[in-house]
Structures are given as C-alpha cells and as structure tokens.
Design a protein around this ligand. Sequence first.
Ligand SMILES: Cc1ncc(COP(=O)(O)O)c(C=O)c1O
Length: 379
Amino acid sequence: MNPVLRALKPYPMAELQRRKAELAKAGIRIHDFGTGDPVEPTPAFIPEALRAAVPVISQYPSVAGTPALRQAAAAYLQRRFGVAVDAATQVLPSAGSKEAIFHLGPAFLDPASGKDTIVFGVPGYPVYESSALFAGGRAHPVVLTREHGFRLELERLPTELLARTAIAWLNYPHNPTGACVDTGYLAGQVAIARAHGILLASDECYQDLWFDGCAPPPSILQVATTGVLAFHSCSKRSGMTGYRSGFIAGDAKLIAEYRRWRVHFGVGSPEFIERAAAAAWSDDAHAAERRAVFAAKYAVLAEGLAALGVTILPSQAGLYIWAQVPGGGDADRYAARCLERGIVISPGGFFGDGGTGWFRLALVPGVDACREALSIWPR
Ligand SMILES: Cc1ncc(COP(=O)(O)O)c(C=O)c1O
C-alpha cells in the first residue's frame, strides 16, 4: 500500500456519512447539516438535456470535452465576471472540481526540484493537502484567522517557503467560514505568486451562492488569466453534485499541460453529462432561484442560532454557517450532543487546524426542516 494512504486519517465526510447511517438505522429523524450536498431537485431542464443526449452508440469521451461545453463555460465567465477566455485553449472540463483539485498536484509538483510544496489555508477543504501528499510533495497548511478575514496572505509567508511553493490555493467564498474577498486582494495575491513562480489556483465552486443584498463574489480571472487557474463546478450552482461536472479556466499554457496529463487516466466526462452541464452553464435563472433558497435558509438559521445564544460568523455567500461552540466547549463533544437529537453538524477540526472550538452547518435541510431542527437544538 502507498504509505501516504496508510498514514492518512479517514476522510472526514465519510466518517459523517457512517454516523448518519447508524442514526437512520436506529429510526432517528435526521437533520443533516453535515456534508454540503443540497437536497433541492436539479432543475428539470438539466436532466432533460442529459436524457436527450444519451447516445445509441456510446464511445469514449475526450479529455478536452465537447466544444459546446467549453463554449458554454466561456460564455458563463463572460456574463458572470465580464471575463473573456478562449473556449478552445483556456477552458478544460472536469469530472467535478474535487478530482481536478486533487490531480493538480501530481501534474505540477516536481518533488525532486525545489518546487515541491502546495500552500493552502486551514480550516479548509481537505483535498488540497491530499493532492500534495499523493504527488510526493509537501503540504503546507496556513492557519487562517478571523482577524485577517480568513484570507490566505502570501505576503506574510517566509521567502524560503514561497521559493519552494509550486501551487497556492485560494477558496473564496470560503469553505467552511463563508469569508469573501475583493479583487484588490486577489490582485495582490496574483502579484506575489508571479514574483515567486507560483501557480495560483482558485477554487470557485461557491461563486454563485451569495446572500440577499450582498455583492457577487469575484473570480481570480477578473484580475489575471495568466499564471492562474480557476476551478468551477456545476455541483452547488445547479444542484448537480451527482453528475460530477465542472471546468477549469485560465492560463492557456497551464491548461494545455494539464490536459496532456489528464489524458493518462481517462477522466473525460460522458458526453451526456457534458450536454447537461452545457445547458446548466447557459442558464442563470435557475442559479438565482437556488441562491434565494440558500439565502432563506441562512437567514432562518442565523436568526434561530442567535436566539439560542450561538455566535456565528456573519457571512455574505457560500453554503455554510461557521459557528462557535457555545461556552467555548469542545466541538467533537458538541457534535455528539447534537447527534443524539439527530442533528448532524461538522466539528471544526474536520477542516484542519484553526477550526478548534467552531462547527460548520451546511445549508442543506429546507427552511421548514431548519426551523424544526432549531426547535430541538441542544441548549
Ligand atoms: C471548497 C470546495 N471545493 C471543491 C469541492 C468539490 O466540489 P465538486 O467536486 O462537487 O465540484 C467542494 C465540495 O464540497 C468544496 O467545498
């Protein structure tokens, strides 16, 4: 067995699924705020596009993806961020963003050279770390703090670390805190990454989920299209977590190299999935409707938790609420107490250092179910 695999802790969300299954078996009604996997139906035109595209003869899909999907992704970037990218050379489909994030390490780390490190913020999405480790490189988590708005600030890292960093990950709106950034911050990070020969990767899977009256979160592509890659996903924007579809956009040279690497492991998405994804990227109305749904859940939970005396970090976007364990207690113990009542939450430690004393709620149950959960919340 690969020693990296042997040494790895269980994937936190897999552990959560196991605990949830145990409860369901015991007949307990579950309020699942654990995994960020929304329960609203996928808008009907998306499965319709898929069904219409299932072929009579099914052949291998291409890693480059269909021109139609690449063009739909490019058109979305233009509408949403005012960014012009060339669909042929600057867009590459992925089978959801998780695999594309994971595979970036093996493609762009050279453990034998000085450039062997991936830098990322914690608390955060765990895949940046596993990408570095499975690539034989070094993972460098940087603890993000509330005082700094949970921003990863490359300018604060030692020069020696920047010199050996191959990839730095940004993720705003941030999982798990919901922190957002502006283009000024992004431009600053691009400048430092350029100065140190770092590939700046921006995980933008929550970009279209902003709350009522808040500013739409920007893309890294608004400040640069060279030296950067943006990772987008149909999962949360369009209710398509099960379809596994996303795209990567940015630097044409990096896209060409990444495509060359991806040919080796058959990661091209089926064409019927790509047709459904192209339909999703071509429509903004359903994304606005979904946004309103998540904003409503956020409002109900924020108000209800405040009434229960739970402090939350106010957020403007994303799919999560980041909340402090009442009375400064231990998050694992608090999660266990919630679980006794069927309420599934993620203790902050799931997201690495910096999560201690906090917990995450994913905006998954519907508004009425959120109210129901609040009525039985442990005090
Ligand atoms: C920060 C972040 N990035 C990427 C992903 C992966 O999304 P997907 O593979 O469904 O596109 C997730 C999923 O929850 C996430 O929270």
